[in-house]
Write a new protein. Structure first.
Length: 337
């Protein structure tokens, strides 16, 4: 079965063709980073307009690369939420239009469920059940995954997502949006222990997170610094920030694994590409005998392949009737899928 995957929830337009037997046939992605970094973050109206420009050419590109006809598509998967309302409307309207034109089923996919299933696109795949750490610009969650569609929220951020904290820290250090790669790069050049930052909610009994206070601590450290523009200070502050975030994420995730007794961990979302986090989680999981799975680096960001893969896990058990409309869910909760 060939599934067309469409992702347009924020600032990337992703289209992919996924074969449930052969794997990914073709994928194309357009990132809007160069446009949004002029404004220090995503501008929703600009994002929506750019999706409109890009989505059909990307569709034509993957069909040509896969050497198939559009008529060979057996189902369409599209991100239904959460995300920016205007951006979601572009992808869903195109996806449902294709489904109606081809008389094929259309599956609305939760964006974070797509990230969760992105690890299935790599060579090594986890068996159910497992714990997942979802870390991105808009989400920081620990979920218990019993089976496809069976998710239990164990903990989440009470304020800022970790990706947002990375972006704000990067801006404070004079770097452009998106902040994750810049802060990670700076941290590689810094020294641990030179600057101390708080570890929010590290010692609480629950599995929740909070990064708003950490962001404020970064701002205050810069304000009180003798030379906040020196490369050495910036590198050490980035190291302190990454050390704080990593320690909190690792401790809470390991606590979730011990609580559930599960022996597999899936880490997904844009922040799962962070080098320091990958190293720390891998080391911690090895200590307690837990297998850890990450998506390929190229699939950590938003993409159409992960949406198609998520749909593939559900499509056999779904009853698809005639398409008579569609909806978007900008604030869709994964635990409510």
């Amino acid at each position: 079965m060939i599934i067309l995957g469409i992702e347009s929830s924020c600032d990337e337009t992703g289209v992919a063709l996924y074969d449930t037997e052969k794997g990914m046939l073709a994928a194309a992605l357009h990132s809007q980073i160069d446009m949004h970094k002029l404004y220090g973050g995503v501008v929703p109206e600009l994002a929506s307009r750019d999706h409109i420009r890009r989505i059909i050419p990307l569709l034509d590109e993957v069909v040509e690369e896969a050497k198939i006809s559009k008529k060979d598509i057996d189902a369409v998967a599209v991100t239904e939420g959460p995300g920016l309302a205007g951006a979601l409307l572009v992808g869903t309207s195109v996806g449902y239009a294709i489904g109606m034109a081809l008389n094929k089923p259309v599956i609305g996919v939760h964006h974070m469920e797509g990230h969760l299933f992105s690890c299935l696109l790599s060579g090594s795949k986890p068996d159910f059940p497992f714990v997942t750490l979802l870390v991105s610009g808009g989400h920081t969650q620990i979920m218990k995954v019993s089976a496809p569609g069976q998710y239990e929220l164990l903990g989440e951020t009470l304020d800022d997502a970790v990706g947002e904290a990375f972006d704000k820290t990067a801006q404070a250090l004079g770097e452009c949006y998106p902040g994750g790669p810049a802060v990670s790069r700076f941290a590689e050049l810094g020294k641990s222990g030179v600057i101390n930052l708080p570890r929010p909610l590290l010692h609480t009994d629950n599995l929740d997170f909070s990064f708003s206070g950490l962001k404020t601590a970064v701002m205050n450290t810069i304000r009180l610094a003798e030379d906040p523009n020196s490369p050495e200070f910036k590198h050490n502050l980035a190291r302190a920030f990454v050390d704080s975030v990593t320690e909190v994420l690792v401790k809470k995730t390991i606590k979730a694994l011990k609580k559930t007794g599960y022996k597999s961990l899936v880490v997904a979302g844009g922040v799962s590409a962070n080098k320091q986090l990958r190293e720390a989680l891998t080391k911690a999981c090895k200590k307690i005998g837990v297998k850890i799975f990450f998506p390929p680096l190229a699939l950590c960001t938003d993409n159409g392949a992960m949406i198609a893969a998520a749909a593939a896990a559900h499509i056999k058990n779904m009853d698809h009737g005639e398409i008579d409309g569609f909806s978007i869910k900008p604030r869709w909760q994964l635990s409510g899928c």
